[in-house]
Design a protein around this ligand. Structure first.
Ligand SMILES: [Zn+2]
Length: 248
C-alpha cells in the first residue's frame, strides 16, 4: 500500500511537468502473461541467453529458432495489453505524457493505443531478412517453418526484428529516445530493472539534465538508489489506477 502523500507528490509532479516521458521494462507486461527475462521466474533461468546471440543464431539457426519459438511465439498465444498499457495510452491522449520509450518487444503499448512509442529493442511481430534486409510481418505461415526463410530473396535467413545479444540497437530510435529524455522534465520509469545498457542510460540522461524521476516498481532496481526521486513501490496496475483517477 502506497502512502497517500507519495501519490499526492506524484500527482503534483505530473501536473506541473511541462513534458513527461515514460520508460518501461518487462514488469509492465508481466500481468499479460509475458515472463520477464531477468529475476525469479525469468526466461534466462530456463534458457541459455546465448541462443539469442547474433553469432550463435547465424551459426545454428535451427537451435536458436526452436528456443525463439518456445519463448516468444508459443501456440495459441493471445496477449492483451495490461491496465497499465491502457492508462498510459489515455494519459498520452489527454496530454499528460508525450512519449513512451520501451525496452519491451511485445508491441503492447501500440496495441493499447499509445501513438508516440519508441521501441528500443525492436519488436517481435516483424521479421528481417539477414541477406536482403527485407522487413515483413512474422506470420504464422513463416513461423510454421523450423527455420523461416525470406520469401523475397528465397534463401535469406529470417530473424525476428528485435535486438539480439551482440547486435547494436537501432541508432535512430536510440537517438530519438535520448532526445526525448533530455527534453522532458519528468520521466516515469515503470517495471525496469535498469540493468540493460544502453537502454538504462536513457532515464539517467533525464536525471543528469535536471529532470525528475518517478519510479513505479514493486521491487528495488538499479535506478532506485541512483536516479529515482520518488519510488512508488507497487505494481504499475495498482499505482496508475490511483494516479489516473486523480488526473482525469
Ligand atoms: Zn531476403
Amino acid at each position: 500500500m502506497i502512502s497517500p502523500e507519495k501519490i499526492q507528490r506524484a500527482n503534483e509532479l505530473i501536473k506541473s511537468s511541462r513534458k513527461t516521458a515514460v520508460f518501461t521494462g518487462a514488469g509492465i507486461s508481466v500481468p499479460c502473461g509475458i515472463p520477464p527475462f531477468r529475476g525469479p521466474g525469468g526466461v534466462w533461468n530456463r534458457y541459455d541467453p546465448g541462443l539469442l546471440s547474433i553469432d550463435r543464431f547465424r551459426k545454428s539457426p535451427e537451435e536458436s529458432w526452436d528456443a525463439i519459438r518456445e519463448i516468444f511465439y508459443p501456440d495459441n498465444m493471445v496477449i492483451k495489453p495490461s491496465r497499465s498499457h491502457e492508462i498510459l495510452a489515455q494519459m498520452e491522449s489527454k496530454g499528460f505524457i508525450s512519449t513512451v520509450i520501451t525496452q519491451n518487444i511485445d508491441s503492447l503499448h501500440s496495441k493499447a493505443g499509445s501513438v508516440n512509442v519508441l521501441e528500443l529493442h525492436g519488436n517481435s511481430s516483424k521479421a528481417v531478412c539477414l541477406t536482403c534486409t527485407a522487413v515483413m510481418d512474422l506470420t504464422t505461415k513463416l513461423l510454421a517453418l523450423r527455420v523461416p526463410r525470406c520469401p523475397h530473396c528465397s534463401t535469406g535467413l529470417l530473424k525476428p526484428s528485435f535486438t539480439f545479444f551482440g547486435e547494436p540497437l537501432d541508432g535512430r530510435t536510440l537517438e530519438d529516445a535520448f532526445h526525448q529524455a533530455l527534453q522532458c522534465d519528468l520521466m516515469i520509469c515503470i517495471g525496469s530493472t535498469g540493468e540493460v545498457m544502453p537502454a538504462a542510460a536513457v532515464p539517467a540522461a533525464t536525471s543528469t539534465s535536471g529532470g525528475k524521476i518517478i519510479e513505479i516498481n514493486p521491487i528495488r532496481s538499479n535506478f532506485t538508489s541512483s536516479i529515482t526521486d520518488l519510488h512508488l513501490q507497487a505494481t504499475s496496475d495498482e499505482v496508475l489506477e490511483v494516479i489516473s483517477s486523480l488526473l482525469f
